[in-house]
Design a protein around this ligand. Structure first.
Ligand SMILES: Cc1cc2nc3c(=O)[nH]c(=O)nc-3n(C[C@H](O)[C@H](O)[C@H](O)COP(=O)(O)O)c2cc1C
Length: 337
């Protein structure tokens, strides 16, 4: 019946019906997304689940880890992050959640790393130490050094080109401070090209890449972005990956730009790493106001979704990186038989 109606009706009518359906589905799907965001994300929902608290704990200890690895270390940093972290850890314990959980363990390990570093400078962090005492007994021996920062000597870096995939993956770190020597543009272009082999929905390849080379513009953009504060010395090249909604059908593909753009970005990170280029992904989770400012600064079309910035540079002689430990796969894999 449907196919007969389709054949009989002029295209203009069937197109209008399709458009009406897509519009309706966009409204429904966004309503559904909105409800789930309000219900499950941890800065909105009133009843924090274990996963909410794990996320909040990770967010704040990671921010401290980043501070520890900051090229321009500011002693006594992190007041706000600690306040939120301790609140979340207290709540986590109060709720009776598993303190052997790797994220909770990492948090203690990061606090420990913070206290130890400040001790070496003779800097008084008594308040943090008292919290550490409170949690220290929960810390398992095997996780003592799981979180914090590490220093990598450029001379010990492998030749990334020669690495097998697992080695490439385990040797990749977000590098937030760069060497003086600039990265050759051609190497970046090559990586951008290799990354285009990423899969995408129906091979629509909605991604776009911007290479920003003006130091003045990079500074302006990063001031808005805010994720590289205190770092980024010698940063001369910044990539922006976007993904264009014009390549998508409608509501059911509302997240597809992010999926395809994300896949592209990951390939790009590995391609750059494989060319011995240091990178740091930088978020584009902007408020509306910031998003508009960045669009204006870089002249980005409204149809494009921001995926991520990627800071690119050479390695400095010594680089401090956040350890950013990962969960074991057994904690997030479900096998469905
Ligand atoms: C989408 C995305 C956004 C990120 N944004 C930032 C950022 O704004 N600032 C920053 O210093 N790191 C940022 N990172 C880097 C993460 O902190 C880092 O990937 C994570 O801690 C894992 O560490 P690793 O990359 O060293 O393995 C971002 C990473 C991703 C994937």
């Amino acid at each position: 019946m449907r196919s007969i109606v389709k054949k009989v009706l002029p295209k203009i009518i069937t197109d209008s019906i399709i458009k009406w359906r897509v519009r309706r589905s966009i409204t429904e799907l966004y309503k559904y997304d909105k409800r789930r965001l309000l219900k499950y994300t941890y800065n909105v929902n009133d009843h924090l689940s274990m996963e909410n608290l794990r996320a909040k704990i990770t967010f704040h200890y990671h921010s401290i880890e980043k501070g520890l690895s900051n090229a321009n270390l500011r002693l006594g940093f992190g007041e706000k992050a600690f306040k939120e972290l301790f609140w979340a850890m207290d709540k986590y314990v109060m709720e009776g959640f598993e303190v052997k959980d790797f994220r909770f363990q990492n948090a203690i390990s990061v606090i420990n790393s913070y206290v130890e570093l400040h001790r070496t400078y003779g800097y008084d962090v008594r308040e943090i130490e008292s919290y550490l005492k409170k949690y220290q007994d929960y810390l398992l021996k095997e996780n003592e050094n799981s979180g914090g920062y590490m220093i990598i000597d450029k001379a010990t870096l492998p030749n990334f080109k020669e690495l097998r995939f697992s080695e490439l993956a385990f040797n990749r770190h977000s590098v937030r401070d760069f060497g003086i020597k600039e990265v050759d543009d051609n190497k970046i272009y090559e990586a951008i090209n290799v990354a285009a082999k990423s899969p995408s929905v129906c091979n629509r390849q909605s991604w776009k890449v911007y290479l920003i080379k003006s130091t003045k513009l990079i500074k302006k953009v990063l001031k808005q972005q805010g994720g590289l504060t205190g770092n980024g010395d010698n940063l001369k090249k910044l990539l922006l990956i976007t993904s264009d909604k014009q390549y998508m059908t409608g509501g059911t593909e509302r997240n597809q730009t992010y999926i395809d753009g994300g896949l592209y970005t990951m390939s790009l990170l590995y391609a750059l790493e494989s060319a011995n280029i240091a990178t740091c992904t930088l978020n584009t989770s902007f408020s509306l106001e910031k998003e508009k400012k960045i669009r204006e600064l870089l002249n980005i079309n409204e149809s494009e979704d921001f995926i991520a910035f990627v800071a690119v540079g050479t390695y400095p002689e010594l680089v401090k990186v956040a350890k950013s430990p990962r969960d074991n796969y057994s904690s997030f894999l479900t096998v469905i038989e």
